[in-house]
Design a protein around this ligand. Structure first.
Ligand SMILES: C[C@H](O)[C@H](O)[C@H]1CNC2=NC(N)=NC(=O)C2=N1
Length: 93
């Protein structure tokens, strides 16, 4: 099982991530798009990286707004898996 990252390191790692905040035991990112079609296109781009990592964001879609939440369920908090996937998602348009 992936190891939990301690709070000090979480803050440090999160400060190096663009567009993500720590909310409780989750990493959260909200992205705004032109419309629903662009929002869904972005969500589709998440499939390949999420499947490759065997790690998947929880996704909220509200018209042109996509909110992603990452946590590691079996570890009960944030692990390297969350930061690695968040970093990769940050590189997507
Ligand atoms: C067996 C499989 O790897 C697990 O259920 C994975 C799938 N995707 C996951 N995604 C996320 N975000 N957290 C998890 O703990 C998780 N667990």
């Amino acid at each position: 099982m992936a190891e939990l990252i301690n709070n000090t390191e979480i803050q440090e790692r999160a400060s190096q991530l663009s567009g993500w905040t720590v909310e409780g035991k989750q990493l959260r990112s909200t992205r705004l798009f032109k419309d629903f079609i662009e929002a869904i296109a972005f969500v589709n781009k998440l499939v390949a990286s999420s499947e490759a990592a065997a790690h998947h964001p929880d996704i909220e879609i509200s018209y042109n707004k996509v909110t992603l939440n990452l946590t590691t369920h079996d570890a009960g908090g944030l692990t390297e898996k969350d930061f690695a996937l968040a970093q990769e998602i940050s590189t997507l348009d």
